[in-house]
Write a new protein. Structure first.
Length: 212
């Protein structure tokens, strides 16, 4: 849900914005392109199975039709590849909170020595996010505001929209919890009740995260 809301605020699309999109860096620009929770809800409700005009790589192309298989289908394709044993699934939330554990998991799989590597920077910054766009753009953690954007006047996604999208993605959310390292999100595991996270270098542990 947050990925779709973020993509809507991040990218410029001809369907929304006509010919005003930059062909080199097609980013949505405050003051030029209009975004709001109300407009986003209208898109999700009326075009949830196909958002014509959104490029194929943009999650907004099929806001709800992508649900039920978006992550799990990609994982199945990777499993069919002979290199599937080198496939690692990492939640953004885990990298944000536990960069060392993530690095240790990756290092074990690829046989890389990370001794002496300083990973503390991951807890301090965000890359290519909100108004600081581009792979070389950095936002310090204290200036990062989760789920709100300048272009939509720092208004959060509405709960009614979140409910619609969570329902669309419910099956995929369940499927993800069955794939190692077993991420469980409260969007489809309401029994968790709290927005707690835990991480372990042991992939057999259940990692509980919130997909809000």
């Amino acid at each position: 849900t947050d990925m779709l809301w973020s993509a809507y605020n991040f990218w410029c699309t001809p369907q929304h914005d006509g010919q005003s999109c930059d062909t080199v860096t097609p980013w949505a620009v405050p003051g030029i392109h209009k975004r709001s929770p109300e407009l986003f809800h209208h898109i999700v409700q009326s075009r949830k199975n196909h958002f014509e005009g959104a490029p194929w790589w943009n999650p907004m192309q099929f806001p709800c039709a992508n649900g039920k298989y978006y992550f799990s289908s990609v994982y199945k394709q990777l499993q069919s590849n002979r290199q599937h044993n080198h496939t690692i699934i990492v939640a953004n939330e885990e990298l944000d909170l536990y960069p060392l554990q993530v690095a240790q998991r990756v290092a074990r799989v690829i046989g890389y020595n990370i001794d002496g590597m300083d990973l503390s920077v991951f807890k301090k910054v965000r890359i290519n996010t909100q108004d600081n766009k581009g792979t070389n753009s950095v936002t310090s953690k204290e200036n990062y505001m989760h789920g709100v954007y300048n272009i939509s006047n720092y208004q959060p996604l509405s709960q009614k929209t979140r409910t619609v999208i969570n329902k669309c993605w419910h099956e995929d959310c369940i499927a993800l919890s069955k794939i190692p390292p077993y991420y469980k999100y409260t969007a489809c595991h309401t029994e968790l009740g709290t927005n707690t996270t835990s991480s372990s270098a042991d992939d057999s542990d259940v990692i509980r995260l919130r997909l809000s």
